[in-house]
Design a protein around this ligand. Structure first.
Ligand SMILES: [Cu+2]
Length: 173
């Protein structure tokens, strides 16, 4: 047995294990989803399926939690401003219409990588009301630095009173 080779092999394996472990803050791994089969066609997002325009934004679920559906594209997030209630689980579902993006909620540890062809899922929760800038942290082209939008967290009891069209549009507030 060649102990030197074995040692090099073990160190290599260890390093390869450490790299993904340092990426824990990217709470979703779209590649795994991709292999796991939640596939969407980035070219027909607006035509059919889950990510058609009137299905985007925040939807109230029966158990009191909410589901947020978004599209990331060069160079904006759709809807541009979303509303969620404070202190309830937020199930985020997001896909990309073009390049690789990364949705980051400024001031939180949440970061969601977004790939064309795959649905990224993330479980979020915002305990307090307030406003968060949502920015793209993956360089995605010339307009990357302007790719930012907004998330507003409103009081939990106020949210159900909002009309569906107000939930995806902060300007209506
Ligand atoms: Cu981007």
């Amino acid at each position: 047995m060649n102990w030197r080779k074995l040692r090099i092999f073990l160190v290599t394996v260890l390093v390869l294990c450490v790299i993904p472990a340092t990426r824990y803050y990217q709470i979703d791994v779209p590649l795994l989803r991709f292999l796991g089969g939640s596939h969407v066609d980035p070219l027909s997002l607006h035509l059919s399926g889950e990510f058609v325009e009137n299905n985007l934004g925040t939807e109230q679920d029966a158990d009191g939690s909410v589901t947020v559906r978004m599209i990331a594209e060069q160079y904006l997030f759709v809807p541009h401003c979303i509303l969620v209630p404070a202190g309830v689980p937020v199930h985020l579902r997001i896909t990309s219409a073009d390049a690789v993006h990364s949705l980051v909620f400024d001031g939180t540890e949440y970061a969601v990588k977004v790939l064309p062809g795959a649905i990224s899922r993330a479980e979020l929760q915002f305990p307090r009301t307030g406003e968060y800038k949502t920015v793209c942290r993956e360089f995605c082209g010339a307009g990357h630095y302007a790719m930012r939008s907004e998330l507003k967290v409103v009081p939990r009891d106020q949210f159900p009173a909002l009309r569906p069209e107000e939930r995806g549009n902060c300007a209506a507030q």
